[in-house]
Design a protein. Structure first.
Length: 119
């Protein structure tokens, strides 16, 4: 079992930056793929970014590519999402996910953290 706790959300003006963090419990963290998803009001949940267990492979949604960076620290059991050049359309609840493989990285979910970008 893996428990995920997100932090770092908040209110920021357009063009600003935020860094989200996700702290994971469990000894298997370093072997898990991790991801970030988001859900805006009235919209379906969507993929944002993912990172392999080693951190060597990352992938991003087209809408955030070049602005967001996912990273992980296996020694500290954390995964982060650095968000730059934020836009009002980035406003959403952001969720951290984890799973044994990239294909199953949505097995575990955090409770979410709210990000609001004002225009």
């Amino acid at each position: 079992q893996v428990q995920l706790v997100e932090s770092g959300g908040g209110l920021v003006q357009a063009g600003g930056s935020l860094r989200l963090s996700c702290a994971a419990s469990g000894r298997t963290f370093s072997s898990y793929a991790m991801g970030w998803f988001r859900q805006a009001p009235g919209k379906e949940r969507e993929f944002v970014a993912r990172i392999s267990s080693s951190g060597g492979n990352t992938d991003y949604a087209d809408s955030v590519k070049g602005r967001f960076t996912i990273s992980r620290d296996n020694a500290k059991n954390t995964v982060s999402l650095q968000m730059n050049s934020l836009k009002p359309e980035d406003t959403a609840v952001y969720y951290c996910t984890a799973g044994p493989q990239i294909a199953t990285m949505t097995r575990y979910w955090g409770q979410g953290t709210q990000v609001t970008v004002s225009s």
